[in-house]
Design a protein around this ligand. Sequence first.
Ligand SMILES: *Cc1c(COP(=O)(O)O)cnc(C)c1O
Length: 370
Amino acid sequence: MPDDPAPADPRATGQVILRIDLDALGENWRRLSARARGAECAAVVKADAYGLGLAPVARALLEQGCASFFVAHLSEGQELRKIAPDARIFILNGLPPDSCPLFAASRLIPVLGSLPEIAEWAGFCRAQDARLPAAIHIDTGMNRLGLPATDLAPASKLMQDFEPVLAMSHFISAEDRSSPRAKIQIERFGQARAELPPMPASLCNSSGMFLDEAPFLDLCRPGYALYGGNPTPGAENPMRRVVELHAEILQVREVEAGDTAGYNARWTAPARRRLATLNLGYADGFLRSGAETSLGVRAFAAGRFCPVVGRISMDLSIIDISDAGPLQRGDRVEILGPHISVDELAKRSGTIGYEILTRLGPRFRREYVY
Ligand SMILES: *Cc1c(COP(=O)(O)O)cnc(C)c1O
């Protein structure tokens, strides 16, 4: 008997397959990098690289030459440090109380967004007698993280004790090109920077890079567009598709007019129908709310869109395959892919593509293709 069992066949294990195209991811980074002209193109890989897997995504981006990464949590930065020993790693959520030694130990750069954080980092650097790097988050309208204008002068003083390497702010609604907000934020950011010591600056997330104003400054911070999300909603997606999700048919059945399907009998067959049960449910990020919207989510199978009928269960969902070609147990159906984009599934689910990606199920089998 061999020590290790043969690699599990996903068909035999009942797993849903999430295919992640690292070649497309790399090309998306190159496109964004070219778009940024002279500015550095970093990568935002928080939340397990938007659900696609931190390690393989980070490795693929490092291979392209990406040298700066943003994550949300200290723990994510510690994880990324093992994969990227030389990269700059910024921690967007800033400095938890008493965490300075952990930042220093893993050479992580906190994004400091309040006077207490700045004072703590400055105090730590004084005690260590080392001017360690930090980024400064300036609030230009989100009222979420970042220094308000009134705190800039006292913050500036404290910065003598450490090395401020990046001033940044974040757009409220860069994906809405008709909104005047981005312009106002760009102005406020410029005014705030004038009150701080000179340092490189960063404003753009994915959609920010596609604004008419496109303030690339010194560094851009795309996330969503790297993973194939459309940074220009309403217009054609300039990015390559990165994810494909295929569920499997567990059973096919015929139902008669008047029969119901799923919990609470929320769907009633209007006529004789053929239904297929899929191995995909809300525990996999196939949002339960997606079957409750007016559009409704659907799969693509045997040449047709097949609407989900009834409620989405934890591990299962039911689609109407009456109009599709022949389908049987074991056949795979597209949930995300050439016919259904992340943005399309999101719209039909009543949410945004970011939530679709970051909820992609932990029990999927992630297959990386190059
Ligand atoms: C998540 C995040 C980004 C990346 O945004 P995308 O819209 O995914 O490109 C950039 N900056 C900050 C501060 C973020 O929190």
